[in-house]
Design a protein around this ligand. Structure first.
Ligand SMILES: Cc1ncc(COP(=O)(O)O)c(C=O)c1O
Length: 387
C-alpha cells in the first residue's frame, strides 16, 4: 500500500515555492516584444536593483546559475588574461573549470572543506602581481557544498585595491545574508532563481558594474547566447536578446513583490534565525558541524556529519521515506560523508522544528548514542522564542 506523506524540501535549492509564485506561472503567454512585457521587465529590474542594493545594470538570463557564471567568464575577459579563483568547495571548482574552458591563465587559491577564504591571503597573492596581470578574482559568497559564508566585503576591498574585477557567485548567498553590491564595489554578481528568490530553477539574475562593462566592451572570448553585452544592450530597453523564459519572469515578478513587501531586513533576519536554530539543535544532539565557526556559517544551509558509525545516506533515506523530508547529500569528496539541511528561501520555523524532531527519531532508531527526546527541538524553541 502506498503511504502518503506531505513533502518538505529542505535542500539549498531548488527551494519550496510559495503558492502565489507557483500560480504566477499559470498566466497566459504575452509577446516578449510587446509594450506590456517591456514595462514588466523594466519595473522588475528596478525592484531587483533595490534588493541587490545597487544602481548597476541588472540583467535576467534564461539559464540556471551556472549560465550566469559562464556569462561572466566569457563576457568580461579576453584571450591571454590571467584570473584568480579563491575556491572553498565544489562551486569554487566550477569557477576554475569555467576559467580553464575559456583558456584563461588561472591561478588558484584553494582551501580545505569547511574553511572560508582568508582575505589577507588574497591580498598577499595580489600584491605579488605588480604588473597587474590578474584581471579578475572569482569566489563564492556562500559555498553551498560546505555551508561556508565568505567575507565578501573584505575580499572585495583587497581585490579593488589591486584593480582586478570582483566577480561573486552569490547564487545561494544572496538574501540569506547581507550583500551590498554598490557599497562593497562588486563588479559582477550572479544570483539564481531557485534559491532565496523562492522560484523554480531557470533564471540567473546578474548585476554588472560600469567597470565590468568596460571590460565587456573589449572582451574577445567566444560567446553567443551567454553574451552579457547583448543582454545589457537589450536589457536597457526592457528586452532580452532571445525569447526569455516568460513564465519564470512572471514568477520572478510575483516573488520580488513578496520579498519587497517583506523587506530585506526581515528576509535576512529569518535566515539568521533559522541558521542559529539548526546549528544549535544539531550541536545539542551531539553532532559535529562541517563548519563549526559561527561567523562563517552559511545562512542558507548547514552541513553536518552523522554520529560516528552511522551512515549519512541512511539518515537521509529514512528522513525521506518515513517523514517526507528531503535533506541534501554532500557533494564531491563529501558525498555520503555529510548531510546538509537547507534553510533557504520559503522555509518556516515550523519546518525546522519538524525536521529536527524527526531527525531525533531517526537518529535514535539508528542507535545514535545519547539522543534524549526533545533536546534538539528545545534548542530550536530556545532560538525561536527569542524576539
Ligand atoms: C554557490 C552556487 N554556485 C553555483 C551553483 C550552480 O547553479 P545552477 O545549479 O543553478 O546552475 C549553485 C547551485 O546550487 C550554487 O549553490
Amino acid at each position: 500500500m502506498k503511504k502518503y506523506v506531505s513533502e518538505l524540501l529542505l535542500i539549498p535549492g531548488p527551494t519550496p515555492v510559495p503558492t502565489e509564485v507557483a500560480l504566477a506561472a499559470a498566466q497566459n503567454m504575452m509577446s516578449h516584444r510587446s509594450g506590456p512585457f517591456k514595462k514588466l521587465m523594466l519595473d522588475l529590474t528596478a525592484k531587483l536593483q533595490k534588493l541587490l542594493q545597487t544602481q548597476n545594470d541588472v540583467v535576467i538570463l534564461s539559464s540556471s546559475g551556472t549560465g550566469g557564471m559562464e556569462a561572466a567568464v566569457a563576457s568580461c575577459f579576453s584571450q591571454g588574461d590571467k584570473v584568480l579563483v579563491a575556491a572553498i568547495g565544489n562551486f569554487g571548482k566550477r569557477w576554475i573549470k569555467l576559467a580553464k574552458v575559456y583558456g584563461l591563465a588561472t591561478e588558484v587559491l584553494e582551501y580545505d572543506y569547511g574553511q572560508a577564504v582568508d582575505p589577507s591571503a588574497v591580498k598577499a597573492l595580489l600584491a605579488k602581481d605588480t604588473e597587474k596581470k590578474i584581471k579578475g578574482v572569482f569566489f563564492q559568497m556562500n559555498e553551498t557544498s560546505t555551508a561556508v559564508l565568505n567575507d565578501v566585503e573584505e575580499l572585495a576591498k583587497v581585490i579593488r585595491a589591486h584593480g582586478a574585477l570582483v566577480i561573486v557567485d552569490a547564487i545561494s548567498g544572496f538574501m540569506a545574508s547581507e550583500l551590498k553590491v554598490d557599497d562593497w564595489g562588486l563588479d559582477v554578481v550572479i544570483t539564481g532563481s531557485q534559491k532565496a528568490y523562492m522560484l523554480p530553477p531557470g533564471l540567473a539574475i546578474v548585476a554588472v558594474s560600469e567597470k565590468a562593462k568596460k571590460a565587456i566592451e573589449t572582451s574577445d572570448l567566444p560567446k553567443f547566447y551567454l553574451s552579457l553585452q547583448a543582454a545589457l544592450k537589450q536589457g536597457a530597453e526592457g528586452q532580452t536578446p532571445y525569447t526569455p523564459a516568460v513564465s519564470l519572469i512572471y514568477q520572478l515578478a510575483a516573488a520580488v513583490d513578496l520579498l519587497t513587501d517583506e523587506g530585506l531586513e526581515s528576509i535576512l533576519a529569518r535566515h539568521e534565525r533559522l541558521t542559529k536554530a539548526v546549528r544549535s539543535a544539531l550541536r545539542s544532539l551531539g553532532l559535529k558541524l562541517l563548519n563549526e565557526n559561527d561567523r562563517t556559517a552559511s545562512r542558507a544551509v548547514t552541513a553536518v556529519y552523522p554520529p560516528p558509525g552511522l551512515s549519512a545516506d541512511e539518515i537521509r533515506k529514512r528522513m525521506k521515506n518515513d517523514f517526507g523530508i528531503t535533506l541534501a547529500n554532500g557533494q564531491d569528496e563529501l558525498k555520503g560523508k555529510i548531510f546538509r539541511i537547507g534553510h533557504l528561501g520559503y522555509v518556516d520555523p515550523k519546518d525546522v522544528l519538524a525536521a529536527i524532531a524527526c531527525l531525533e527519531i531517526i537518529l535514535s532508531q539508528l542507535g545514535a548514542p545519547g539522543i534524549q527526546w526533545g533536546k534538539g527541538v528545545q534548542a530550536v524553541q530556545d532560538v525561536l522564542a527569542r524576539k
